[in-house]
Ligand binder design. Structure first.
Ligand code: ZN
Length: 609
């Protein structure tokens, strides 16, 4: 028997309740302290998992033991002479990949939601019995998908699993239910998808594409530090997200993103999904083994503050799409469209002038993770700007060292120095290593990019790599950047009215200095009429295509229970949408740089037009 043993049972699917029993062989003789984490690594929001604990009691030798809840996520059991067993009922009805869920169709959990941390025994091994549900209480034939190590369990089976310590336990999410398994090999090791709710899709195409992407990321670091890897993917109508772990990741994705059987080509939705897969897989190195010290040393009871989140999420966001290009699942023009979309997102985000990347990183807890309608004017995303700064850093290193050094070299050095031994990384270590590996003084670069709010000088850098960046107005609400469709005609004017819904559409955001803001409109207002015509998204679009800058429009809107009447003065269309094209006339040195960065040959340039 291990010192700690958890028994987890999907006991009441209809009521969404797990029953959990924890047996502590040697409880603290002075009384045992127990806690649940307030947050889960990889998601920087205090979620207070303990609020879903419905009951908690304890017993020892068949006798009840007094337990007092001390604060929102901490308990103390009275002294016991023998093994102590703690029994909990936990409510689980959140479909997020960060929490726990149970109904008659499926169960899912992170141990942060179900498994108590035993004070003083954080580093001892534990076993976990995953119990099968009552077959009459669930639909289908349930199996188990987890990267946890089996002790007494068949592959994909209920039974006994084992973990090295508490931090290991909370790093293996568990899916229970009916799912499809897609297996493949990457980096010479077994990999698999457990697909829940995917319907019909082309499993062979998916396995082939993902294997190539994983191989491309393994090639960057030169080694795969795990003997197996599992993607848990819960497919729904419109889910999207992921949470990274060392041996697995938990994904949520939309059904339309699955490759269609017999389909040809890779749809934009499918490429987005491959980008998510690439992103979470890259995290098995960057953030799960290359670990920020603030997270590695956290007890998960209070927020961990650090300024480098941009490096963990931004660098990963740069390499996710680049990994698709390196794997050959997209070509260089399509990669440049994805990069242009990142540039467009930042261009439309006035908050970049108010918040630096270091601030965005440190305040993720209260700002990025708790966004309201003012977010585009107030904050900048450490994913979005972080990815563009990672790209700018890569291009700067390549250009200034004549190709001798790239961001790849910085990542490999970080890996050798910190990641391989999972040594926690202090803030700004990446800046220091980038300078050391390249021999460049990057102080001004990092001060400007990380600690100062403002622009990323990518257009200038891209020109030195034979890529022309041009900015233009959006052709419509669906235009998020990249090469525009051939039939698209742009608007003649700008209203600043971004809306959701058809009848009385609601203003979603009102960006700074837009005609909508100058007219006194606010996010949340419901548009009633434009020039006395009922307001719909279609009417806004026609108005922007037919009217001219300088003209005014009568706007009626409802805020709360009041009808507002405002005059909106139309502005010229905003140049806020980037397109990137490979420059056909690039000289030899420039073409050589581009080839080293994108692997893009002259042939691809002429194909792309
Ligand atoms: Zn991420």
């Amino acid at each position: 028997m291990t010192p700690l043993h958890y028994r987890i049972e999907p006991a009441e699917p209809a009521a969404h309740r797990f029953h959990v029993a924890l047996t502590i062989q040697h409880p603290d003789p002075a009384g045992q302290w127990l806690t649940l984490p307030a947050w889960i690594p990889g998601s920087y929001l205090v979620r207070d998992f303990a609020r879903n604990v419905l009951t908690l009691v304890a017993e020892s030798g068949g006798e009840p033991v007094q337990v007092d809840q001390v604060d929102k996520d901490c308990w103390r059991a009275a002294p016991a002479t023998g093994p102590l067993t703690v029994l909990m009922e936990v409510h689980a009805f959140d479909t997020s990949v960060r929490t726990a869920y149970l109904d008659s169709e499926r169960g899912f959990f992170n141990a942060t939601s179900l498994c108590l941390r035993v004070a003083g025994q954080e580093h001892v091994p534990c076993t976990v019995d995953l119990m099968a549900p009552d077959a009459n209480a669930v639909t289908g034939r349930w199996r188990v998908a987890t990267s946890m190590r089996p002790v007494e369990a068949e592959p994909w089976g209920f039974g006994r699993y084992g973990c090295e310590h508490y931090d290991d336990l909370i790093d293996h999410p568990v899916e229970m239910g009916e799912f499809e398994i897609v297996e493949f090999v990457a980096g010479g090791r077994p990999h698999a998808f457990a697909m829940t709710g995917a319907g019909r899709f082309d499993a062979d195409a998916l396995a082939a594409d993902v294997a190539r992407i994983c191989d491309a990321q393994v090639a960057l670091f030169g080694e795969l530090p795990c003997d197996r890897y599992l993607f848990l993917n819960n497919v729904t109508a419109d889910g999207y997200g992921g949470l990274e772990h060392r041996y697995s990741s938990a994904l949520a994705s939309p059904r339309r993103a699955m490759p269609a059987p017999g389909g040809s080509g890779r749809s934009d939705d499918y490429v987005n999904f491959l980008g998510l897969v690439s992103h979470e897989y890259f995290h098995l190195w960057n953030v799960r083994r290359l670990m920020p010290a603030a997270v590695a040393n956290s007890s998960l009871t209070a927020p961990a503050y650090f300024d480098d989140l941009w490096a963990y999420e931004g660098i990963t966001s740069y390499y996710d799409d680049l990994g698709l290009l390196r794997a050959g699942v997209i070509d260089a023009p399509r990669y440049l469209d994805l990069l242009a979309k990142q540039m467009t997102r930042l261009e439309r985000n006035p908050g970049r002038y108010r918040q630096s990347l270091a601030e965005s990183s440190r305040l993720a807890w209260t700002k990025f993770y708790q966004q309201d309608a003012s977010a585009p004017n107030a904050i900048v995303s450490y994913y979005n700007k972080g990815a563009l700064v990672a790209c700018a850093l890569d291009l700067t290193l390549r250009r200034e060292t004549d190709g001798a050094c790239s961001l790849d070299d910085v990542m490999r050095t970080l890996w050798a120095r910190y990641g391989r031994a999972m040594k926690p990384i202090p803030d700004a270590a990446i800046e220091q290593i980038a300078g050391e590996v390249s021999g460049l003084d990057l102080t001004d670069f990092f001060d400007a990019m990380i600690r100062t709010a403002g622009e990323v000088p990518l257009p200038e850098l891209l020109a030195d790599f034979g890529v022309t960046a041009s900015v233009r107005p959006a052709t419509g609400p669906e235009d998020t950047g990249g090469r525009p469709g051939s039939d698209s005609t742009g608007p003649r004017c700008w209203t600043g009215l971004s809306v959701k819904g058809q009848r009385q559409p609601r203003l979603t955001t009102v960006v700074d200095d837009s005609p909508a803001q100058q007219a006194g409109l606010a996010a949340g207002d419901r548009l009633v009429a434009l020039d006395f015509e009922e307001a719909t998204p279609g009417v806004i679009r026609v108005l922007e295509q037919r009217r001219a800058p300088g003209e005014t429009v009568d706007v009626h809107a409802i805020r709360g229970d009041r009808l507002l009447h405002r005059q909106l003065s139309l502005a010229p269309p905003q140049d806020n949408t980037w397109t990137l094209r490979m420059d056909t006339g690039a000289d030899e040195a420039v073409a050589h740089r581009r080839l080293a960065w994108l692997g893009a040959s002259v042939a691809q340039v002429s194909e792309a037009g």
